[in-house]
Design a protein around this ligand. Structure first.
Ligand code: HEM
Length: 51
């Protein structure tokens, strides 16, 4: 992990995001639901669509 605080996803210090816990919990829930409800397959080689 880097130490550049400008990249902290929820900010830091006095203005840190007050929704941090809710945000992380929600993203975990989304991930869990996607893992549960979709069939995950290995990516095939990407096809270039540009001419
Ligand atoms: C993945 C979800 C979220 C991300 C990545 C995120 C990120 C951030 C960031 C970067 C800031 C600015 C911090 C700063 O000024 O240094 C911020 C501020 C804030 N966020 Fe979030 N946030 C998320 C979810 C939420 C949620 C769920 C809520 C409320 C339910 C919320 C409420 C706020 C508020 C009120 C501020 C302003 C805080 C202040 O200026 O004192 N955020 N958020």
């Amino acid at each position: 992990m880097g130490s550049d605080l400008r990249l902290a996803p929820f900010g830091v210090g006095r203005r840190v995001c007050p929704g941090k816990a809710l945000g992380i919990t929600t993203v975990h829930l989304w991930l869990a639901q996607m893992l549960q409800k979709f069939k995950w397959v290995e990516a095939v080689r990407l096809i270039c669509l540009s001419v």
